[in-house]
Design a protein around this ligand. Sequence first.
Ligand SMILES: [Zn+2]
Length: 93
Amino acid sequence: MPIYEYEHIAAKGSDCEDPIETMQSISEDPLSVCPECGNPVRRIVSQTSFAFPIDLNPDKTSKQGFTTYRKTGKGTYEKAGGEGPNTLSAGDD
Ligand SMILES: [Zn+2]
């Protein structure tokens, strides 16, 4: 599970001003208040959160709901994988 970091938006009269770190599953909603002091917090995009790998293999991307196209000519594209239309055209220009 990724670790999310939150900072206090306003810590009025609170001695709880440090950023907080919490481990949450991706499907969980982000915290809006600090569990310690109840003041509003916002999520910081921190270096500890992980990046999703970009994999452009058409077979894999189609399984994830993406449609991949390969360029076949000037302004025309042919589907390589996925659910979209078989060909794309950039139009006659
Ligand atoms: Zn707090």
